[in-house]
Every structure is written in structure tokens, then in C-alpha cells.
Write a protein of this length. Structure first.
Length: 243
């Protein structure tokens, strides 16, 4: 895909991986719709992109809410009339063993990490079908491949996203729309609401984390493949991450 002049929506764009992906897309000449809950950060990112000569619009929305997702897509359709790229990046992690977390914690993870991308893809597909092309990139995780005690609900959301992506890929073949999954390992970012401090300290001693910019380069690589090539999934770990 030639990226210059394309229209992209990045969810969870206000920080971390989403912010890095948005900046990388803008540097390639993509007009980026920046979606997240934090309006102040979105506005700052929008301004930073424009100062560098790029194009961006900020859309404050919670992508665990179906009405807000629909509203975001209405704004994109009104502003551009099309969508070429969707990066479903928004996600949350709340950690603890089953029976110890609150039931609402399970629900929030599934609504944000799995149902949100499904609903966003629903609206994106209808826009992309008109053009007969497009690319959906779903950000899963190594946790979508490996189960870990205390991560069961998060694992479920990321495993589910991979399963959804593979079925969606097959559904969209007749329409020329690609679907890819990016599964990062340990990334240095603001993520995990209640990650134990001792676990974080131990992890950072054992593993040299990836950076959000590493993930952004992976997304650009996925998007820039020739029309005949669809890379279905990239699993990216730090060099010294074993699991």
C-alpha cells in the first residue's frame, strides 16, 4: 500500500504504542484520526503532528463503548468519506487470579480488548468495502499465545482477538481488505493498572523491553507490503525474552 494520502484511525492513540504508531503514520504522509479517552493528550499529539507538517484530527472516544465507537466513525465519514487503515490498539490490563478480581474487571478487559476491536472493525469494514481495499491491524500480545497465572482474563481477551482476526481475514478476502495481527512481547509503556511493583522490577532486570517505536516500525512494515502480500501476524519479542 502506498501510504501517502491514506486515511487511518488509531485507537488508544494518546500514549505508548498508539502514540508511536500515529507519529509513524503521519511521517509517511497518512492523515491520522487519533482516538482515545484523554482529550488533553490527544490535542497535544494532534498539534505535534501538524507542527511537523502532517495531518491529524483528534477524536475523544472510549472504544469500549459502542455508541462512542459509532460516533467516532461518523466523524471520520463526515470529514473524509472513507477509511483506509484501522489500527485497533486500545487495550487495558488488570491483573489478579480468577476469584480475586472484581467481576467488572473481567468485563472491562473484554469490552476494551476484544469487543471494542470487533465493533470498530464492524464500522470500518462498511467503509472499506466501498473502496474495495483497506487494512485492519489488530494489536494483540504474546499473552494471546501463552497463558500466565494471574493473567487469565487478559489472556482470554488477546487470544480472542487473534481468533477474530483470522476469521475476519477470510471473510474480507473477496473485498480486497487485509487483516493483520501484531503481537508484542514486553514493551516499555504506560500499561497495566495494577502490575505488582516487584514483578515489574524483576521483569525489567531480566528483559530489555521493546520500545513503542519498535512496534510502530512493525506496523509500517505490515502496511507497506505489495497488494498481493498480506502478513497475517507478527510476533515481536525482546531479544532476551524467553516466554
Amino acid at each position: 500500500m502506498e501510504l501517502k494520502g491514506r486515511i487511518a484511525l488509531v485507537t488508544g492513540a494518546s500514549k505508548g504504542i498508539g502514540e508511536a504508531i500515529s507519529l509513524a503514520l503521519a511521517s509517511e504522509g497518512v492523515c491520522v484520526a487519533l482516538a482515545a479517552r484523554n482529550q488533553e493528550r490527544l490535542r497535544a499529539l494532534e498539534e505535534a503532528i501538524r507542527k511537523e507538517g502532517g495531518e491529524a484530527i483528534a477524536i475523544t472516544a472510549d472504544f469500549s463503548s459502542e455508541p462512542q465507537i459509532e460516533g467516532a466513525f461518523q466523524k471520520i465519514e463526515e470529514a473524509f468519506g472513507r477509511l483506509d487503515i484501522l489500527v485497533n490498539n486500545a487495550g487495558i490490563g488488570v491483573f489478579g487470579k480468577v476469584g480475586e478480581l472484581q467481576v467488572n474487571d473481567y468485563r472491562r478487559m473484554l469490552e476494551t480488548n476484544l469487543l471494542g476491536p470487533i465493533v470498530a472493525s464492524h464500522y470500518a469494514v462498511n467503509l472499506m468495502k466501498r473502496a474495495g481495499s483497506g487494512h485492519i491491524v489488530n494489536v494483540s500480545s504474546v499473552a494471546g499465545h501463552i497463558g500466565t497465572p494471574g493473567w487469565a482474563s487478559y489472556n482470554a481477551s488477546k487470544w480472542g482477538l487473534r481468533g477474530f482476526s483470522e476469521s475476519l481475514r477470510k471473510e474480507l478476502i473477496p473485498f480486497g481488505i487485509k487483516v493483520s495481527v501484531l503481537s508484542p512481547g514486553v514493551v516499555e509503556s504506560e500499561w497495566g493498572e495494577n502490575m505488582p511493583e516487584d514483578w515489574l522490577k524483576r521483569r525489567n532486570q531480566e528483559v530489555t523491553p521493546l520500545t513503542p517505536e519498535d512496534m510502530a516500525r512493525a506496523v509500517i512494515f505490515l502496511l507497506q507490503q505489495p497488494e498481493r502480500v498480506c502478513i497475517n501476524e507478527i510476533l515481536v519479542r525482546p531479544t532476551n525474552q524467553e516466554r
